[in-house]
Design a protein around this ligand. Structure first.
Ligand SMILES: [Zn+2]
Length: 142
């Protein structure tokens, strides 16, 4: 059994994880005011509409910030560190976190010092399989 913490989506977030299982990245969007919103919410934070829908996003983003988890970490992550966790801003305007991966979706074992990226670097969505759980992750554009 994997020690890796798996998502336990509630009713609001379940559509996100159902799409992730099909390797589709979706974000809530308001049909009334057209604002994108992340994380999952019951109503639009811009206009209060309760009719948010899930729409596919481009998978294109820009690095806003990043960090490198260092030991001690949860047991599930002990064999993975060092790696880089990115905060990216999707071209749709919402920000989410994800791991830095290579072009094939492989987790980059790095503390970030040997990877050419910085705040403002363009990244593209990749899918990483962590013990059977697909995770939206990000690779630096070449
Ligand atoms: Zn709205």
């Amino acid at each position: 059994m994997s020690l890796f913490p798996v998502p336990a989506p509630d009713q609001i977030g379940e559509p996100f994880w159902a799409a992730v299982a099909e390797r589709r990245l979706t974000v809530q969007r308001c049909p009334a005011c057209r604002e994108w919103t992340w994380q999952p919410k019951p109503v639009c934070p811009a206009c209060g509409s309760p009719d948010l829908t899930w729409e596919a996003v481009s998978g294109r983003a820009t690095v806003c910030s990043w960090t490198t988890p260092r030991p001690p970490v949860l047991p599930a992550f002990e064999s993975l560190v060092p790696f880089v966790v990115l905060l990216v801003e999707l071209d749709e305007g919402v920000r989410m976190v994800g791991q830095l991966v290579g072009d094939a979706g492989d987790l980059l074992r790095t503390d970030g010092t040997d990877v050419t990226f910085s705040i403002g670097t363009r990244v593209t969505l990749r899918w990483r399989d962590q013990d059977g759980q697909w995770l939206p992750s990000w690779a630096v554009d070449r």
